[in-house]
Design a protein around this ligand. Sequence first.
Ligand code: HEC
Length: 110
Amino acid sequence: MTLRPSLTLFIIAATLMTSATPASAQTGDIQAGQAIYAAQMCSLCHSRAGESGPMAHVGGPLDGLASRRDAAWIEGYLRDPKSVIPNSQMPKTGLTDQELADLIAFLLAP
Ligand code: HEC
């Protein structure tokens, strides 16, 4: 069977849209996110739930983040901090979509 060009294009577009689902729209696992937070050494520059690293004053507290930022903002920021805050001092993370979703779930958890 040969597909009509318009149908082929539709299928390609639908496939692209599916793969472009933002990490923030995926279901994140808070426990996995906590492990990623530790492995990425986020606490080096941040404090959260009473835990803080040697340079926690640099990034400041992440407690109550949900009241300041939403998942979409955090995702864009963690993917490329400078695209959101031009003079950002945050390093890029290079996490996968699932890892980002997990980390965001952890960051937004109370
Ligand atoms: C080298 C220090 C450093 C490390 C490591 C770091 N951050 Fe940051 N972070 C900062 C700084 C500085 C800011 C303040 C804004 C800016 O400069 O981009 C910030 C801001 C943030 C914000 C925004 C906070 C707000 O109130 O708007 C989030 C969320 C965040 N960091 C999460 C993380 C996560 C998650 C990790 C680990 C993957 C991480 N940070 C690792 C330095 C760091």
